[in-house]
Design a protein around this ligand. Structure first.
Ligand SMILES: Cc1ncc(C[n+]2csc(CCOP(=O)(O)OP(=O)(O)O)c2C)c(N)n1
Ligand SMILES: [Mg+2]
Length: 581
């Protein structure tokens, strides 16, 4: 550490250097991305963004990470944001950005601040008679910005270096505050134009504080409400992480002493080894005891919960009525009260300090909880089955593991894994776009290089975005991918079957060889028995230089019991007849 006078001189020198440094629109953007903590940005090049990419490269604190296509680029950034808090993806106009929009919609649905940056036509061509490549071939090129406005919390178009700093700051600030994606479009002739130097980053990252009076009123009302209740329970939802309130939820749980159930999309957001953890509440497919304890309670404190048709198992499991407290990211409402402009973190922390102990649901859960029945290993040469795959994955999950579960039966398989303290679980349950997990695994691995990542991916999903395994190989990342090959879209089979649910088989292990080409260290293995799977896992753990994909071959109808129940309820919900006109 420097002593005070030396520190002051260093500060003056740094200020002088900053003044002397000329910023361009592109280097300004790079500086802001670096200042908000990003170490990487995900990129697919195109002529509308090439000069911008040069400008971004000039920032030595930011590394460019290349992706195979723009959909994957968006998902990679989304995965990075899960690991790192925020992310940026840079693409070219229309042909790139429109592909990335799927992932940006996902980031919106999943509450992740991903900044999508798109190169755009030269500012001189705006409103002119010129037709431009990568456009619809009309003279109005505002459509991309207009589309972006629907799926981001802030969308700006930069055609002037003078206003660029304000627009960049606005987009980044809004994304960080709202935990939603933002969109920045930069005309290709503007990114290297000089602009103002960035001001202090505190102006961009400052959080909107809770209104103290509203916070106080909400806490008082909640304390009074809970005082009247005998059996409160807490239900944790997926927005808890976006609200940055995981620690505060634990504090409230410990103050109340009640049982705490989590929703499937919030797995790992409350520690599973906590004595008050009561499992996953998900209607009829809850873990044993979780549904019973939530149904038994007289007050369900829903924290960052997100109820949709899937999370309520086709609208069959949704806490309703006078006992429900909804504590959302910026709003709390229950029984005759509605408070906004309070941050969830502040509300939970203040409530934890004031609330009285109410541990009836914990006492009761202690009576009804049932430990998971011990699983018998399969015969090593018996045909591989789904249950055996889950059994063999269990011991791989340590406190340093992140499990990434793709849409499909992989959701249900992943949800069955117990997580020791520190293990994380990633699922894209609101957006549910198949193909998300391979690039999200890549992005997550870039963002959290020290963690062991286990990805569970179905064959159908993998075929959408498989190329991103090549980028894992390129960067010597070491996730282990369990590719569950059941030869079809089995989750769809359980909802509604038809010939459209069959998938063309691939040689998945061979694919990794193809991706390796002349210099890669990925391993591709195929397991058709429990013995082969155990051996493949051994090889995967020993592979220190690249990803390992283990194709696990199972029967088309070998799926979890939870998927069968889920599929039936979703099918009923989807099939409700229209209301009479
Ligand atoms: C982009 C996209 N297209 C289509 C769907 C519909 N869909 C949901 S799950 C699924 C099949 C998943 O199959 P697979 O990955 O093999 O998983 P399995 O259910 O077999 O375990 C499909 C097609 C979707 N969710 N996202
Ligand atoms: Mg499948």
């Amino acid at each position: 550490m420097l002593d005070a006078p030396t520190d002051a001189i260093a500060n003056t020198q740094r200020a002088a250097r900053e003044q002397a440094k000329t910023y361009t629109v592109g280097s300004y953007l790079a500086e802001r991305l670096s200042q908000i903590g990003l170490k990487h940005h995900f990129v697919v090049a195109g002529d509308y963004n090439l000069v911008l990419l040069d400008q971004l490269l000039s920032n030595k604190d930011l590394e460019q990470v290349y992706c195979s296509n723009e959909l994957n680029c968006g998902y990679s950034a989304e995965g990075y944001a899960r690991a790192h808090g925020a992310a940026a993806a840079v693409v070219t106009f229309s042909v790139g950005a429109l592909s990335a929009f799927n992932a940006i919609g996902g980031a919106y649905a999943e509450n992740l601040p991903v900044i999508l940056i798109s190169g755009a036509p030269n500012s001189n061509d705006r409103g002119s008679e010129h037709l431009l490549h990568h456009t619809l071939g009309t003279h109005d090129n505002s459509y991309q910005l207009e589309m972006a406005k629907k799926i981001t919390c802030a969308a700006v178009s930069i055609t002037s270096a003078t206003v660029a700093p304000a627009l960049i700051d606005h987009a980044i600030r809004t994304a960080l505050r709202e935990k939603k994606p933002a969109y920045i479009e930069i005309a290709c002739n503007i990114s290297s134009v000089p602009c103002a130097a960035p001001g202090p980053i505190s102006g961009v990252v400052a959080e909107e504080p809770s209104d103290p009076e509203t916070l106080n009123a909400a806490v008082e009302a909640a304390v009074a409400f809970l005082r009247k209740k005998q059996k409160p329970v807490m239900l944790i939802g997926s927005k808890l992480r976006a609200a940055g309130a995981e620690k505060e939820a634990v504090a409230l749980a410990e103050a109340l002493g009640c049982s705490v159930a989590v929703m499937a999309a919030a797995k790992s957001f409350f520690p599973e080894d906590h004595p008050q953890y009561a499992g996953i509440y998900w209607g009829e497919i809850s873990t044993p005891g979780a549904r019973e304890i939530v149904d038994w309670s007289d007050a369900v404190v829903c924290i960052g919960a997100l109820f949709n048709d899937y999370s309520t198992v086709g609208w069959t499991a949704m806490p309703t009525g006078a006992g429900v407290v909804t504590a959302d990211m910026n709003r709390v409402h229950f029984e005759g009260h509605d408070f906004s402009r309070i941050r969830l973190r502040d509300f939970l922390a203040a409530l934890a300090r004031k609330v009285e102990k109410r541990d009836a649901t914990m006492v009761q859960y202690g009576r009804i909880r049932s430990p998971r029945a011990p699983e018998k290993p399969a015969q090593p040469d018996a045909k591989l089955m789904r249950a055996e795959i889950v059994r063999q994955i269990r011991p791989l999950v340590t406190s340093n593991t992140t499990v990434i579960a793709e849409t499909g039966d992989s959701w249900f398989n992943g949800l069955q894994l117990e997580l020791p303290r520190g293990a994380r679980f990633e699922i894209e349950m609101m957006w549910g776009s198949i193909g998300w997990s391979a690039p999200a695994t890549f992005g997550y691995a870039v963002g959290a290089p020290g963690r062991r990542i286990i990805a569970l991916i179905g064959d159908g999903s993998f075929q959408l975005t498989a190329q991103e395994v090549a980028q894992m190989i390129r960067r010597n990342l070491r996730p282990i991918i369990f590719l569950i090959n059941n030869h079809g879209y089995t989750i769809e089979v359980e909802i509604h079957d038809g010939p459209y649910n069959n998938v063309k088989n691939w040689d998945y292990a061979g694919l990794i060889q193809a991706f390796n080409a002349e210099d890669g260290h990925g391993r591709g293995l195929r397991a058709t028995t429990g013995g082969e799977l155990a051996e493949a896992i051994r090889v995967a753990l020993a592979n220190k230089e690249g990803p390992t994909l283990i194709e696990c071959v199972i029967h088309r109808d070998d799926c979890s019991a939870d998927l069968i129940s889920f599929g039936r309820q979703v099918s009923i919900a989807n099939g409700r007849p229209p209301r009479p006109e």
